[in-house]
Design a protein around this ligand. Structure first.
Ligand SMILES: Nc1ncnc2c1ncn2[C@@H]1O[C@H](COP(=O)(O)OP(=O)(O)OP(=O)(O)O)[C@@H](O)[C@H]1O
Length: 300
């Protein structure tokens, strides 16, 4: 499958710069997580990728060609405002949407039934969408994004409001689509999930893409972190060590950021000076920590 490219896309709403020359590529077979604070520009970028909103400048390409109405029928999407017909029943709605994308009635039925079963909606298949719980409506929305076997998936917060089982189902389906070569991009505020699931991640802040890469690339350059569990140490014990910043201090351990020149054995000696040391090891910052760093000013 071809790649989806967002190339120097900008968008303003009056005085508000929603996107400022944002570029990233979602490669074939890749799960790409799009994260950012509220109002950072995620929905705007996704709407532009889908062609439901026009960019002021820049281009969205699929397989190297500008996205057209024709190519867009090969996109599967889950818009933020969702957009199912509330009064239509689940099965007929999915069949209708599949037909709209060019499937024959038979194919549409087969595909709709397949996704209904796969997404755990069998008992709800003849219920009106508006009578379903929000989580089940979201499952139907995912089915709607998938029912025509799309070549690209663009999903705006597909995980919000899902129970843990539905999160697993959604994760499996997205992984499976990516494994078949589909470029998959989704936005989310659930950073642990994004970290676990995504091959690459883009972080957007105030309309600018401030970080983009794999979790290892993004967190690898962040310097050395140590986690130290010294149960007898008094609070703030590590603050006095030169070149060391305390990231967090909790009963289970203290997380420290070390300047490159700091010898970790100095830190160990300082910890031992407080009493026993139960845990001492290096760790990579989490995506959530990186995110906080990046959105509050640091760039990567
Ligand atoms: N139709 C609109 N008219 C005016 N301003 C808008 C419009 N849509 C979005 N904005 C503004 O553009 C900026 C980006 O909004 P967007 O919805 O893309 O952010 P987001 O990252 O999706 O946020 P969230 O995580 O809260 O969903 C915000 O400042 C928002 O207020």
């Amino acid at each position: 499958m071809p790649d989806l490219e967002i190339d120097r896309v900008s968008k303003r709403y009056g005085d508000v710069v929603a996107l400022d020359s944002v570029s990233f590529t979602v490669r074939s077979g890749e799960l790409f997580g799009f994260v950012g604070s509220n109002g950072a520009g995620k929905t705007t970028a996704m709407r532009i990728a889908l062609g439901v909103l026009a960019a002021d400048s820049g281009q969205v390409r699929f397989g190297g060609e500008p996205v057209t109405h024709e190519t867009r029928t090969r996109f599967g999407y889950m818009p933020e405002e969702r957009g199912l017909y509330p009064k239509m029943k689940v099965l007929p709605q999915l069949v209708y949407l599949a037909e709209l994308h060019g499937l024959s009635t038979n194919e549409a039925h087969r595909s709709a039934e397949n996704w209904i079963a796969r997404l755990g909606l069998a008992e709800r298949r003849l219920d009106e969408v508006q009578k379903l719980s929000l989580g089940n409506q979201q499952r139907v929305q995912l089915a709607a994004a998938l029912v025509h076997d799309p070549s690209v998936l663009v999903l705006d917060e597909p995980f919000s409001g899902l129970d843990p089982i539905a999160v697993d189902v959604m994760s499996d389906v997205l992984r499976e689509k990516a494994a078949r070569g589909v470029p998959v991009v989704f936005s989310s505020h659930q950073l642990d999930l994004v970290e676990r699931l995504c091959d690459r991640i883009g972080i957007i802040r105030s309309g600018r893409l401030v970080a983009c890469g794999s979790v290892a690339e993004l967190t690898g350059g962040a310097g050395t972190q140590l986690v130290v569990h010294a149960p007898a140490a008094s609070p703030g014990w590590a603050k006095r060590i030169p070149g060391v910043r305390v990231v967090s201090e909790e009963p289970g351990g203290t997380v420290l950021d070390l300047e490159p020149e700091v010898d970790d054995q100095t830190v160990l000696a300082a910890a031992l000076a407080t009493g026993p040391v139960r845990e001492f090891g290096r760790r990579r910052p989490t995506l959530a920590e990186l995110f906080r760093h990046v959105v509050t000013g640091g760039e990567r």
